[in-house]
Design a protein around this ligand. Sequence first.
Ligand code: BG6
Length: 490
Amino acid sequence: MSVFREGFLWGGATAANQCEGAYLEGGKGLNVPDMLLGGDVNTPRTFCPHLEPGVFYPSHEAIDFYHHYKEDIALFGEMGFKCFRLSINWARIFPNGDDAEPNEEGLAFYDRVFDECKKNGIEPLVTLCHYEIPWAIVTKYHGFADRRVIDLFVKYAVTCFTRYKDKVKYWLTFNEINIGLMNAAMGALYGLGLVQDEDLARTKPCTLPEIKDVPQQRFEALHNQFVASAKAVIEGHKINPDFMIGNMICHITWYPLTPNPKDILEDQKRDSLCNDLCGDVQVRGAYPYFAKKYYQDLGLDTSFMENEEDLALIKEGTVDFYTFSYYMSNCVTVDENADTVQGNMLGGAKNPYLKASDWGWQIDPDGLRFTLNKLASRYPGKPLMVVENGFGAFDKVEEDGSIHDDYRISYFKAHIAAMREAVKDGVPLIGYTTWGPIDLVSAGTGQYAKRYGFIYVDRHDDGTGDFGRSRKDSFFWYKKVIASNGEDLE
Ligand code: BG6
């Protein structure tokens, strides 16, 4: 018998902006990722305040899921998926962010997607905002810095909850809401929709790190996002009390590089700020005790954290389950000369015991067991779900069209085995969706070449490829894993 519960949500996760394409079809407005060019492991992505003619924007066509969704969902069904995590593209529903009425064509598209999931026996898990703030909200309102955007988001959430109340049970409000605390450039633009007027007025594109960061505004915008998330949870439960509405944290697991107590303290601080601050607000319904001091140490005016009405909403609108992404771990040290590595959103000190991917992300399956146990004890009784875990790699297509991605299988095998140990430890884990079950555009680098899928997509960074889909070796492997409810990892 499997250690994973009956009905365990095995599947895969995507984001609209990284797979849909059709960036102006069906009445969709522009969103933040539409304004970004691709980079690579050593080159940050470029931000264009205005679309430049003749330039290749990876998200504009992405993998064209918009036209291939039937075929893709059928392939997920063939693998035996129980769950498909996807996001709704906010700008398909409210192209200008503040439209009086939603765009029916956009709503109808997701009706068709959810119907297709149902046909294939797949439960959708929907992220309302996966780095997809409508561009008009950035230019008109400066994103979540403007409190009116709280209600624009809630209106959008209520529109989706109402329309799909009988088709979707599992929801997430914001993808990786903690990104604004971890990575100023990505967090401000992707997570919170903040771009200063002087950057909007640029006549030439610039790299993401060149965009001006205003910490006071960034932290206030994050607070507004907490309020928006809480309000959405409250409204969602009124629409359907059976909804399970969760949060989503980019969990970067940190270890002290050495037993030097200074490293231990630094590690504790990093974990508290990167991971726990947002998790506590959304699960426990209040800022943790250390938040204010940290903000004050940054020189911020913290009066925004004291708005009684906001705090009451945050207290009331706590989530039903906690979800997170887990790809890698990093070390922390006060030693400025320590070797460093890259990572998801944040790099860190190099761990001498771990190997890393071609993008410098350290591979650490034990870290997943460690993280699951940490979360289970921090949030007792809260169901947990791993909603992203995966291995970005270069794939080689053989002459006969096969793709032997044994490196990806090894990664998943080790992580699922670690998850199994965590479940044996007693962790209340309800599901696991791998990141990018089908190749898609990388969020960090904008590349196609960084492939995550069980399904290969013929599309390349120079814009060539016919979008054809094919099954990699890992496709057949994951199918067996699901069929055995996580027991057969060979
Ligand atoms: C997560 C994001 O942080 O990491 C995804 O939620 C992203 O959108 C994933 O794609 C993997 O990162 P990357 O940079 O390899 O695409």
